[in-house]
Write a protein of this length. Structure first.
Length: 562
């Protein structure tokens, strides 16, 4: 359903209520909790968390999941070889210990825990990983995150997924092998610095073949159509309304997990969430800008700078005019990011003319990736935007242009995208932008299929490395949904990918790639690095917001007496 274009005066735009576009991960494992009200530190008898989210679970099928909500659910009910700890370091999960690594850093041998079990009581085996990983690479499965396996440089993954290669579809050639029921061997094409952290990512979860095949198309449709091997199981799921986690007593580390139950309620209206928090029906909630000031100075409020960078996709396949570099640069420079973050978002977000976020990952020199270019690549201001637009009009032979900006249908997303649309219209006379509101699932389907002109989204990093952001815009990457292609850019990414054993040179290539993507090509329009304003009851301790993979982790949390 398309929304109407809204013409707002400048003053009104400054007080526009904006907030989070998508819930995502923070830049570091921020603990937003406080201390107990009575200060005694004793655990409450009832270890139940009540939380909220803006959208339902789009998918519980690990091959089809691609959004943060699904990723978080699958990460809490499933366990891979590794799991990230409070310090964002991979620690053994289904693996019995750290893997044995060959001298050339291309062969990893994992031992699977003897006490690793599925929720039906059967053991988790090495073959469960082999089956699941092969499924993710099988062209017939059309896995949304299949591309992460070539990114991890799993042996032959790129060839298996390439229709032009003789190895296409031959998943038995994938570099993963069960040496026995409890020993898994993984072979890489080349050394990959971030491989171990990837084994904690949901795309590398195991799956039990017999169960999956028995479920068929029903797999992941309801809580009984999926097996669990993680810290929690889903006990209920009311589609569109919410879901409930319960602690998985069969999980190998269950004794160290305190939270017994987590209730999620789907709430799209920010005022409703705040009211439920104030009346004790929620223990933690993300709040929008208009509610931040009332919590300032209170222990409840924390702002968290996240890793995702929000950006606009410009679909060159749907809008041929977007192939014009000056038009892309005009849109890039037309949006006031400072007022957006400081006045409008008011939640800890910061302006971004970069795609690799601040405080996300450090290079071989120990410095943050952003330290070399802290302000990214601004490429101009509003006056430059008009100049780029004038050049684009001459080159394209046009005077006006009508565009559609696809938005999710929550109030926050709609308001945010209406602001962006009005910024473009105001600073690029002759361009009109219609905001098209879509339910979450429709939004994802349309973006994946390329059925949009512009879309507003962000990217939650999958692992702690700049490559998780930068390789998305190579020609054959499944996340490249804009039709953008620059052979020079692809070459840079390929060169960086081949320098796993030479970290300094690799880092230089990654910096070159970001510059080319944004300053030279303006392939996308970065807007801001997301922040979250979060209110949490002082008696809740240990809620973590990792900077990749999932948006919240309560496996270390506890509720104190209050």
């Amino acid at each position: 359903m398309k929304g109407k274009r809204v013409k707002w005066p400048l003053l009104l735009s400054f007080v526009l209520v904006l907030a989070l576009f998508l819930s995502a991960c923070s830049s570091g494992t921020k603990d937003t909790s406080g201390t107990s009200s009575n200060g005694n530190g004793q655990l409450a008898k009832k270890q139940v968390l009540n939380l909220t989210t803006e959208q339902d679970i789009p998918s519980l099928n690990w091959t089809q999941a691609s959004d943060t909500t699904s990723l978080t659910v699958l990460s809490m009910v499933g366990s891979g070889l590794m799991r990230m700890d409070q310090d964002l370091k991979p620690k053994p999960d289904m693996a019995a210990g750290m893997p044995k690594v060959s001298k050339d850093k291309k062969v990893y041998t994992f031992k699977i825990r003897k006490d690793a079990k599925w929720s039906d009581g059967s053991p988790v085996t090495a073959n469960d990983f082999v089956y699941a990983w092969r499924k993710m690479n099988d062209p017939k499965a059309a896995a949304q995150y299949g591309y992460i396996f070539p990114t991890a440089n799993i042996k032959n993954a790129a060839k298996i997924q390439d229709p032009k290669d003789p190895m296409f579809g031959k998943v038995d050639k994938l570099g993963v092998k069960a040496l026995n029921d409890k020993t898994l061997q993984v072979t890489l094409d080349k050394p990959t610095p971030y491989f171990l952290s990837l084994t904690a990512f949901f795309a590398f979860l195991p799956a039990k073949k017999d169960f999956v095949e028995k479920q068929g198309k029903k797999y992941g449709q309801e809580v009984n159509n999926i097996l669990y091997n993680g810290p929690y199981v889903l006990s209920s799921w009311q589609h569109g309304e919410g879901w409930t986690y319960k602690k998985n007593d069969k999980y190998w580390n269950a004794k160290n997990i305190h939270i017994q139950q987590v209730n999620y309620k789907v709430i799209k209206d920010g005022a409703t969430a705040v009211n439920m928090y104030n009346t004790g029906k929620l223990d933690s909630a993300t709040i929008t800008s208009e509610f931040v000031n009332q919590y300032k100075g209170k222990k409840d409020l924390n702002t968290v700078l996240q890793a995702p960078v929000n950006f606009l996709r410009l679909n060159e396949n749907k809008v041929p005019q977007f192939k014009n570099k000056n038009l892309r640069k005009a849109i890039y420079t037309s949006i006031d990011r400072k007022d957006m973050t400081k006045v409008l978002l008011n939640n800890g977000s910061v302006p971004a003319t970069y795609i690799v976020p601040k405080d996300f990952t450090k290079g071989p020199d120990g410095k943050d990736f952003r330290s070399e270019k802290p302000n990214g690549y601004p490429i101009g201001d509003k006056q430059d935007a008009k100049k780029y637009w004038d050049k684009a009009k001459k080159e394209l032979g046009i005077k006006t242009l009508k565009l559609d900006l696809m938005s999710q249908d929550s109030d926050n997303s709609t308001k945010y995208n209406e602001y962006v649309a009005n910024q473009i219209e105001k600073n690029l006379p002759g361009i009109t932008v219609t905001v098209s509101k879509q339910p979450k699932n429709n939004f994802l389907k349309k973006e994946k299929s390329g059925d949009y002109q512009m879309s507003s989204n962000n990217w939650v990093p999958d692992y702690q490395d700049p490559m998780t952001f930068l390789d998305m815009w190579t020609k054959d990457n499944q996340a490249n949904r804009e039709g953008f292609y620059d052979p020079k850019y692809d070459k840079l990414i390929k060169e960086a990918n081949n320098l796993g054993a030479e970290p300094e040179k690799r880092w230089e290539k990654l910096h070159e790639a970001e510059k080319m993507l944004l300053e030279d090509d303006a392939a996308i329009v970065p807007l801001y690095q997301a922040g979250n304003a979060i209110i949490t009851k002082p008696y809740v301790k240990g809620l973590l917001y990792p900077n990749f993979g999932l948006d919240m982790d309560w496996t270390h949390a506890e509720i104190l007496k209050h």
